[in-house]
Design a protein around this ligand. Structure first.
Ligand SMILES: [Zn+2]
Length: 542
């Protein structure tokens, strides 16, 4: 016995079985019942929403000898012949492969002959947007004066590519993407008929993965059933078969992104790839996850709007507290752009990595929402920065820029003492690469370093690098040999300089001679680095 795919086996053969397109079904059955059938229909909508299925039912209904409430009876000669694909009255054309003028001319010649049996000749032209301009013109001539016994049904996923002259002669029907509820209900029905046990959560997951397309959902269900033939279909099995990722991983990834931890985010991606996850699916699922977060954040009762277990909802609520709406919208935008790019790319992984870096580093983008995200980060830093230390020294020598990531303008400096000696060149080199060095640390240590100011002894000019934490939490790293070692190694790798360093917390230490390390213009030009993030806008031309 040969196996028939579910979507073929359960393809609706009357209007009553068509799911999720009630607005279309009602209009069409009314037309048939009152004998007000049009001569040209345009069916638009994404794949798998039932365009050709409805076209075939319509073809049967108009030819049926005993239609029941506008639906084909399925019993008469005509219904059976059309169902079996042997009727001469229904002509299906795939415009993707028959898109020339000659193909349409052929139709025009055929159209001249009345049907030998039944009432209507129905031409179903699928993917009609693929027709050439010449072919459209030829089609237009037929549509202008169609014989009374001819019906054209044009189906397309891309209505905007259809010439307006054609559009104006058709009744247009927009097929909706089918909701998860509708798809899930249909899957449930079919599973019962097939005698397959399945968890509700598993069915919902498949319905969601169908992404508005009944056909896709049925194909996915087919895969899952085939893989675990004779067994109950559980949520875990579905995740396994569809290569889907569990919420826990998304949550881990999001936290890395929010911390700006590029390495951590990429490592999480690596784990997913090693685990055999399909990247296209992952991108879709992560976007969906962020969409859920957004709903949790903005909706009063998210339980109704999103479809997750109660334990996952708890996690989502926790996470939604960590991120603001604008940031989430930016993330979702980047990932939905990614999902369209990734489809035909051979470098899927690189694209996903770039997207993750974009999430971690809003500074890489120039549009409004990324600017808002940058502003958020800046404001956060401003809040954390001790105000009394800012002394404005207009035009002070050597105060060309504030090093590190402290948010300051070019004319401000944090220096409290006037240094007698300039910092040794080695320290200047280290500070010139400070951002890069800090970027290689991680976690709280990194956050503390981002808010630190590299200093030196302004009186002696001795080659000791003082790292002055502006946040008292930095205290954990004061006299901490492990942290010192880590930082020293990074500095060595980055600059080739081995340096003595000492970490202190601002206001708690008594090194009164400390001065901020400023970098000579000459040195800065030599290093060619993005030294200062937040310069006075007048100084930069970006
Ligand atoms: Zn019939």
């Amino acid at each position: 016995m040969s196996y028939t795919a579910l979507y073929r086996k359960f393809r609706p053969d009357n209007f009553g079985d068509v799911k999720g397109q009630d607005h279309i079904v009602t209009t069409l059955t009314n037309q048939i019942r009152h004998n007000r059938i049009g001569h040209a229909y345009l069916f638009c909508g994404t794949r798998g929403t039932g365009k050709t299925t409805v076209a075939k039912i319509l073809a049967k209904a108009v030819n049926c000898q005993h239609p029941v409430n506008g639906s084909p009876c399925g019993e008469c000669e005509m219904c059976k012949a059309i169902q079996a694909g042997t009727s001469m009255n229904v002509i299906e054309i795939d415009a993707a492969s028959n898109n020339g003028v000659d193909n349409i001319r052929e139709i025009r010649e055929e159209v001249a002959y009345r049907p030998t049996e039944g009432n209507y000749k129905v031409y179903i032209i699928d993917e009609v947007h693929m027709l050439s301009t010449g072919a459209f013109n030829a089609l237009l001539k037929t549509l202008e004066e169609p014989p009374s016994y001819v019906i054209f049904i044009l189906a397309t996923t891309e209505a905007h590519k259809i010439p307006i002259t054609i559009l104006s002669r058709c009744q247009r029907y927009d097929f909706h993407r089918i909701t998860i509820d509708t798809i899930a209900a249909r899957l449930d029905e079919l599973l019962k008929i097939e005698g397959v046990e399945a968890e509700e959560k598993a069915v919902r997951y498949v319905a969601k993965a169908g992404d508005g397309s009944m056909r896709d959902a049925l194909s996915l269900l087919d895969q899952c059933i085939a893989f675990y033939l004779g067994q109950t279909l559980t949520y875990d099995k579905v995740l396994e078969v569809l290569g889907a990722v569990d919420t826990e991983v998304f949550s881990r990834l999001l936290r890395k992104v929010l911390q700006g931890d590029v390495t951590g985010a990429i490592r999480t991606l690596e784990d997913l790839i090693v685990g055999g996850r399909e990247l296209g699916q992952f991108v879709g699922d992560f976007t969906w996850y962020m969409r859920n977060l957004l709903l949790v954040k903005t909706s009063g009762n998210p339980e109704e709007a999103i479809d997750v277990s109660s334990e996952n909802l708890k996690l989502l609520k926790e996470e939604s507290e960590m991120v603001d709406v604008e940031t989430l919208m930016r993330y979702i935008r980047i990932f939905s752009d990614l999902s369209s790019q990734i489809r035909y790319s051979t470098q899927k992984r690189v694209l996903v990595e770039i997207a993750l870096i974009k999430l971690c580093r809003p500074a890489m983008e120039t549009n409004l929402d990324s600017v808002l995200d940058r502003l958020r980060i800046l404001e956060q830093r401003m809040d954390e920065r001790p105000v009394q230390q800012v002394i404005v020294q207009q035009g002070a020598p050597g105060a060309a820029g504030v090093m590190g990531t402290a948010a300051g303008k070019g004319t401000e400096t944090m220096a409290a003492e006037k240094p007698e000696k300039a910092a040794p060149e080695d320290l200047q080199k280290i500070v010139a690469s400070w951002k890069v060095i800090v970027g290689q640390t991680s976690g709280i240590f990194k956050q503390m370093l981002q808010k630190s100011i590299p200093k030196y002894n302004g009186q002696t000019g001795e080659p000791i690098l003082y790292i002055e934490f502006q946040d008292f939490l930095g205290k954990t790293y004061v006299d901490n040999p492990e942290a010192e070692e880590e930082l020293k190694n990074i500095i060595l790798a980055q600059t080739g300089k081995s340096v003595e360093l000492k970490m202190v917390v601002a206001k708690e230490h008594n090194h009164t001679n400390l001065a901020q390390v400023t970098v000579d213009q000459a040195l800065r030009e030599n290093i060619h680095m993005d030294v200062v993030v937040e310069e006075d806008p007048d100084d930069t031309e970006e």
